[in-house]
Design a protein around this ligand. Structure first.
Ligand SMILES: [Zn+2]
Length: 274
């Protein structure tokens, strides 16, 4: 195999395997968001199965759209300013001016894509395009969810820099799929989000703090399992990360609900068809 083909095939494998939360987790995030809807949105509760069904459409698009891949992550700690101030320039153009557009795009555009998907939802609501609105909301849920997956916010996204290669899939898919039935969310009230973009970034900054916690849990679980990834490893990984993982998934779902509600308000509360 020549080097071009080899590199291409590696990229392809990464595209397919480093998805986001697994399909089950995205389903849960998306379908559960309706439980947070206020009274005014009760009629949109029927969206739940459609939001679930289309929760991973964004991942599926990666196979045919080469521009989709970078929309699912941001290696936020590659930016020097993040490591000194735990935040980055949030304006896309201003960040590109600092680091170069190619560098910014290469390291992921998740926050800006989440924001533009929110804006698309506002437009769908304004035009009362309900069929498209539910699909846009499903994509919004996907991107919001990816922003709550710690390994989608770091340059060490697969543990490759800390000798823990494979943690991405072990955590987001194998572990979650094993324990999905133990994950349940508490409902609570939601409000209009005053500034969607800054909320997206604030969540990323908060969620990044789980990167090191997760990597440490992986190391300990691997040690406890006698340096293998067997049942003991997954039991231990879940024991150490289950609580915050459940909270991250729950907050994804709650944030999605508040974004859908805010988009509907911003669109002028269009009458929802029965
Ligand atoms: Zn994704």
């Amino acid at each position: 195999m020549n080097s071009f083909l080899f590199r291409y095939s590696i990229l392809f494998v990464l595209l397919i395997t480093l998805g986001s939360w697994g399909e089950k987790a995205h389903r849960k995030i998306n379908s559960s968001c309706v439980e947070y809807f206020p009274k005014e949105l009760q009629q949109l509760k029927v969206w739940a199965p459609i939001l679930a069904e289309h929760g991973s459409d964004a991942d599926i698009r990666k196979k045919n759209d080469k521009n989709e891949f970078v929309k699912h992550f941001i290696d936020i700690d590659i930016f020097d300013e993040f490591n000194t101030s735990t935040k980055i320039e949030e304006d896309f153009d201003a960040l590109c001016n600092k680091y170069g557009k190619a560098m910014v795009i290469k390291n992921g555009t998740l926050p800006w894509v989440t924001d533009s998907t929110y804006k698309a939802l506002v437009l769908n609501f304004k035009h009362k395009n309900w069929e498209q609105a539910v699909l846009t909301a499903a994509d919004l849920g996907h991107y919001v969810g990816d922003g709550f997956m710690p390994l989608h916010i770091t340059v060490n996204y697969n543990g490759q820099l800390s000798d823990q290669t494979g943690i991405h899939r072990r955590y987001e898919e194998t572990m979650i799929d094993k324990y999905i039935d133990e994950i349940s969310f508490k409902t609570s009230c939601i409000d209009k989000v005053p500034d969607v973009k800054s909320t997206i970034f604030r969540n990323l900054y908060n969620n990044h703090s789980y990167v090191s916690t997760l990597l440490q849990a992986d190391s300990r679980a691997y040690g406890q399992a006698g340096q293998q990834y067997d049942e003991t490893y997954y039991e231990s990984l879940w024991k150490e990360t289950g609580l915050f993982t459940t909270r991250l998934l729950q907050e994804s779902s709650r944030t999605l609900a508040s974004f859908i509600y805010s988009a509907w308000l911003e669109a002028g509360k269009p009458e929802i068809p029965i």
